[in-house]
Design a protein around this ligand. Sequence first.
Ligand SMILES: [Zn+2]
Length: 486
Amino acid sequence: MKSPLDSREKKFVLDFAERNAAATAALGDSLFYFGELGLQEYRSAELMGAMLAEHGFKVERGISGFPTGFLTTYGQGSPVIAIHSEYDANPTNSQQSGVAERAEIVPGAPGHCEGHNVNGAVMVVGAIALRYAMEKFKLPGTLKIFGAPAEEQLLSRPFFVRDRLFDDVDIAFHDHILDEFKADYGLIQSATVSADFAFRGESAHAAMFPFKARDALDAVVLMDSGMAQYREHLQPGMTAHRVITDGGVQPNVIPSRASIWWYFRHPTAEGARLLFEQGRKVAQGAALMTNCELDVNVRSAVWPVRLNQTMAEIIQKNVEAIGMPVWSGEEQSFARALQKQAGVPVMGLRTHVTPVEGPAPQIPASNDCGDVSWKVPMGRVWFPGNVPNLAFHHWSAGAALATSIAHKGAVAGVKALATSVIDYLQTPDLMARTKESFKREIGDTIYKPLLPDDQRPPVELNRAEMEKYRPQMERHYVRERPVIQP
Ligand SMILES: [Zn+2]
């Protein structure tokens, strides 16, 4: 039987991925040690955009008002294929790579604990591989590569879609790390409204004149209690979680300002919106009780991610032919040691591609590419590069991200991404079939962004936290710049 990888175009991108394994690793490691929080990914975006520019992509930075976002373009005409991914880290998760126990690089600092550093590397190297394949084999079409900041705050891609950057796109690919190698289809993630509730009152000396104050922190506490009471009445699938972002400065001054930041989730966009509206009512009640004023700021709002079946079938075929990376004994023992230390089932690394047997179950987590997936058919390459059973956003999920496990997984990811895009550049009726299946899947749902029309990106988000740690983190940066061999 003919392998789905059996064409000179695909051989070219497969060889490209192998030849550039070291550069891919160096890029992923660079992003790992940058460890930049959402909207502060200045160094990550600079490096990725510069690499794409060096290889002939036209680079546009600052798209939709995101200083750390970029759109790079190569080629011209139809089809227009987008690849987008994220590269942000998480707070407080600094973790030494290759160490199977909790060991921070810089105490308290941000760090990658999921693998978005590898996502970025796979996107960039995959895009460059495709660009050279398009030139060499005279494949017509346009690649649009989107650098998408602040995935963890669900920020950028709803803005890109709202601002019409996907209007001329035919299909979109997303690449994301996992411990598995596969494609999925169906409704796989949930919708979220992310909103900040800022209360304003009046300060006073807490001991001498509390009766003169209007306590904004009281309002935050009451909103939190109100939401806790409301939890009993949440519709199935609704979840809400929060952090207090401003709770005052010192106990002897009653806070005149206090804020709480909520994520409201549901499997549907409408459900997330309804829960947000309930949250707003609870906040208004809290403001009323405390004589405070309230400002509600929707930071972002995303639709649930859905993945197209036709694209999943194309990706999966390539994934199965590429196969899992071959792990060494050392890599397997590291994975087992890490699983043991994290207190999760010990099974080492997976050695087989995950089969696709029907639509994937919908999980409560979200990704800000949800809006993209309702605008155009979207496929996701899940590539192996992390250790099974670890919980993302836990230190343990950061321990393999600059090791040979992540490096081998990234090469597999580049191969799957590039070969699947090649299918779309080469198979005449595939695009039409994909659009047809997308239309069927969407049915009568009308996509309308949840994001308010006039919302601007909160570009100051995470700045103080990042600047606090950056000087110490700089000492650990990878000095060598990744060099791609075309
Ligand atoms: Zn992620």
